[in-house]
Design a protein around this ligand. Structure first.
Ligand code: GLU
Length: 148
């Protein structure tokens, strides 16, 4: 179980995401994280423990952006720590997830064989890797079609 929030606005969203995560904390409190997108760049901040810890990190290093997602975790795959905290981001995508991916081990092996590596022990990170791969293929196809 976990808590998930996503906000898009015409102003910076990180304070409202923190506020929402505090309200969702009953759903998971072993780690917390946020990702915002600013000028096309994903900015991810995570911590083990409660949302208060995340808030302190953001106070030191604000996370700007008008679009963002947040997560409070109740671990199912991988110990509760900062690396396993959500979001799980690449240069292309940032993912928060509630639940279990039953075939994550199989998918992980498949994508390791394709040359991808994983930072965390979570089942969730396979979604990040699959979407990153999908966006790479799509970008390649688009470039290919434009140039052929
Ligand atoms: N299965 C995911 C994990 O262990 C999500 C857990 C949750 O729902 O908080 O990270």
């Amino acid at each position: 179980m976990c808590g998930i929030v996503g906000i898009v606005s015409n102003k910076s969203v990180s304070a409202n995401i923190i506020g929402a995560l505090k309200k969702l904390e009953y759903r998971g409190y072993d780690s917390a994280g946020i990702a915002t997108i600013n000028k096309g760049q994903i900015n991810e901040q995570k911590c083990s423990g409660r949302v208060d810890n995340l808030e302190k990190i953001l106070f030191q290093k604000p996370s700007n952006g008008n679009l963002g997602i947040g997560h409070v975790r109740w671990a199912t795959h991988g110990i509760p720590n900062k690396v396993n905290a959500h979001p799980h981001s690449s240069e292309a995508v940032s993912v928060v997830h509630n639940g279990i991916i039953e075939n994550s081990d199989k998918l992980r092996d498949e994508y390791i064989k394709k040359g991808y590596s994983f930072k965390s022990q979570t089942d969730t990170e396979v979604i990040t890797v699959i979407l990153t791969d999908f966006f790479k293929i799509r970008r390649f196809n688009k470039l290919y079609l434009q140039n052929s």
